[in-house]
Design a protein around this ligand. Structure first.
Ligand code: 4NP
Length: 157
C-alpha cells in the first residue's frame, strides 16, 4: 500500500482539493486499492470543518467530491505516510519543524516541484481571494497530482 498525504494550512481549500484530484486520478487508472490518500493542515484552526464552500463549488464543477473533514497534521503522520506533499514553503517548513531529528525529511515534498505546466513554486492560498484563485488551485493540482502519480508508479520517488 502506498500512503500519500497532502498538507496545507487550514485543510479546507488546497489539500482537500489535492486529495480529491489524486483520488480521481487513482479511480481513472483503476489504482484506488493500492493507495491510502489523506489530507491535513498545519493549523488546527478549522479542525472538524468540511472544505470551504467556495472550494467545493469550484471543485464540483469539474467533477470532484469533497468528503473529508479538516484535521491537523501531527507528528505521527511521518510514520503513517510514505509521501507528504506541502502546498507552499510555509507548510513545508511547518511540517519539518515537527521532524525533530530530520528522520523524515526525505518523504516531505513541495508539491509544485512536480508541476509540468506552471513555473510557480507554491500553490497560492485562495482563502482571501476571488473565484480565479480557486480555479488556479485546481489547475495547479491537476497538473502536479498527475505527475506525482506517474512518478510514484514509476518508483521515481
Ligand atoms: P488552505 O486555505 O490552507 O488551502 O486550507 C486556508 C484556509 C483558511 C485560512 C487560510 C488558508 N485561514 O486563515 O483561516
Amino acid at each position: 500500500m502506498k500512503k500519500v498525504l497532502f498538507v496545507c494550512l487550514g485543510n479546507i481549500c488546497r489539500s482537500p482539493t489535492a486529495e480529491s484530484v489524486f483520488n480521481s486520478i487513482l479511480r481513472s487508472e483503476n489504482k484506488s486499492r493500492d493507495y491510502i490518500v489523506d489530507s491535513a493542515g498545519t493549523s488546527a484552526h478549522h479542525a472538524g470543518e468540511p472544505a470551504d464552500p467556495r472550494m467545493i463549488r469550484h471543485g464540483e464543477l469539474r467533477g470532484y467530491r469533497f468528503e473529508t473533514l479538516s484535521r491537523p497534521f501531527v507528528r505521527k503522520d511521518f510514520d503513517n505516510f510514505d509521501y507528504i506533499f506541502a502546498m507552499d514553503q510555509s507548510n513545508y517548513e511547518n511540517i519539518l519543524k515537527l521532524d525533530l531529528n530530520g528522520d523524515f525529511e526525505n518523504r516531505v515534498f513541495r508539491i509544485m516541484e512536480f508541476s509540468q505546466k506552471f513555473e510557480e513554486n507554491e500553490v497560492p492560498d485562495p482563502y482571501y481571494g476571488g473565484a480565479q484563485g480557486f480555479e488556479l488551485v485546481i489547475d495547479m493540482l491537476e497538473d502536479a497530482c498527475r505527475e506525482i502519480f506517474n512518478k510514484i508508479e514509476a518508483e521515481e520517488i
